[in-house]
Design a protein around this ligand. Structure first.
Ligand code: IPE
Ligand code: IPE
Ligand code: MG
Length: 298
C-alpha cells in the first residue's frame, strides 16, 4: 500500500509535467457516473455512493484549478433522473444544496474567483435547491477566473428545443430575422449562453458506459470535442484519470492540426504551378519529418 502510494504519486507528477507542456483544454464537461455501483461494490448504502461522489467533485475542481482549466461543467442531475425514487432524488438535492453552501463559504471559491451557475430546467427543482443555486450565483457574480457550471434538471434535447422556441418568439416579434440565424445565434440561446460558457473541448464519462446521455449535444458535438470514457466509478476517479483524459485531448488536437495542414496543401497542389509544387514538396517533407518526430516522442 505504502509503495503503491509512492508509485502513484510519482506517476501523477510525471503525467502532470507532460500534460502541462501542451495545451490545456479550456472547457471540460464530466458525466459523473457510477456512484451507486461503487456503493454496491463496497456493500454500503447507495446514498453514501453519492456522498463519496460529491467528495470527488471537490477534488476534481482542485485539479482543474491547478491545471488551469477555466470551465468545468458537471452533470449532477439529468431530467431522466427525476424518474428515480423520491427518496433518492431528495437525497441528491439535499447533497447539492449542502455542497453549494459549502462552496459559498469556502475561501478557495473566492481566491479562485470561481463563478458558480446552474444550467438546466432549474424551475423543475425543489425551491430550496433553487434558492441555494441563487445564493451561489449571487455570491460569485462577477467572478471570471474559473467557471463551475452545474447541470441540474438538464437535458440536451430540451435545451435545444427551448432555444428554438425562444428564437421563434423573437422572429415573430421582429427582433430576429430567420435568415440571420447561424450557429452563434443558437449557441447564444442555449442555457450555456455561448459567450459565458464556450463549447466543450473535452467530455469525460466515468463508470464504464460509452454514451453521452443527452449531455451538451450542441456544445460538445459542434466543436467535435475529444471524449474520454473510463472504467472507474466517479467516487474512485483520480487525478491520473483526469490527466490521461487531457492527454487524449492533446493528441486529438495535434491530429486535427495536421489534418487541416494536409488539406490546405492538397488544395494548393491542385492549383498546379511549378514553383508552388516545389514549395509544397518542401512543406510535405517537413510535415512527414514532424509526424515521425511526434510519433517517436509519444
Ligand atoms: C451518477 O451515479 C450520479 C447521478 C446520476 C446523480 P449513478 O447514481 O447513476 O450511479 P450508477 O451509475 O447507478 O452506479
Ligand atoms: C448520467 O448518469 C447522468 C448523470 C451523471 C447525472 P445516469 O446513470 O443517469 O445515465 P444513464 O441512465 O446511464 O444514461
Ligand atoms: Mg448511472
Amino acid at each position: 500500500m505504502f509503495f503503491d502510494n509512492i508509485i502513484y504519486r510519482g506517476y501523477e507528477r510525471l503525467l502532470t509535467g507532460e500534460v502541462r507542456k501542451d495545451r490545456i483544454p479550456r472547457h471540460i464537461a464530466v458525466i459523473m457516473d457510477g456512484n451507486r455501483r461503487y456503493a454496491d461494490r463496497l456493500g454500503i448504502v447507495r446514498n453514501l455512493g453519492h456522498t463519496y461522489g460529491a467528495r470527488t467533485t471537490e477534488w476534481f475542481l482542485d485539479w482543474c484549478w491547478e491545471l488551469g482549466v477555466k470551465q468545468a461543467t458537471i452533470y449532477a442531475f439529468s431530467t431522466e433522473n427525476f424518474s428515480r425514487t423520491s427518496d433518492e432524488c431528495a437525497m441528491i438535492f439535499d447533497l447539492i444544496i449542502k455542497k453549494l453552501d459549502e462552496l459559498i463559504h469556502d475561501p478557495r471559491t473566492h481566491e479562485r474567483r470561481m463563478r458558480i451557475s446552474a444550467i438546466g430546467e432549474v424551475h423543475l427543482l425543489p425551491s430550496d435547491l433553487q434558492d441555494a443555486i441563487r445564493r451561489a450565483g449571487d455570491a460569485t457574480r462577477g467572478y471570471d477566473e474559473m467557471y463551475l457550471n452545474i447541470a441540474a434538471a438538464y437535458g440536451g434535447q430540451r435545451e435545444i428545443l427551448d432555444a428554438v422556441r425562444d428564437m421563434a418568439r423573437e422572429v415573430r416579434s421582429g427582433e430576429l430575422h430567420a435568415d440571420d440565424i447561424d450557429e452563434s445565434t443558437i449557441s447564444g440561446h442555449l442555457y450555456t449562453n455561448g459567450t459565458l460558457i464556450p463549447d466543450v473541448d473535452l467530455i469525460i464519462r466515468t463508470g464504464g458506459d460509452i454514451r453521452t446521455s443527452n449531455f451538451l449535444p450542441w456544445q460538445a458535438n459542434g466543436s467535435e470535442c475529444a471524449a474520454y470514457f473510463c472504467a472507474p466509478f466517479w467516487p474512485e476517479f483520480r487525478k491520473i484519470d483526469l490527466l490521461r483524459a487531457i492527454r487524449v485531448y492533446q493528441v486529438r488536437e495535434h491530429e486535427r492540426k495536421r489534418a487541416a495542414t494536409r488539406r490546405i496543401i492538397d488544395m494548393l497542389a491542385a492549383c498546379g504551378h511549378a514553383e508552388l509544387e516545389d514549395a509544397i514538396g518542401h512543406v510535405r517533407r517537413a510535415i512527414s519529418r514532424k509526424d515521425t518526430a511526434t510519433v517517436a516522442g509519444n
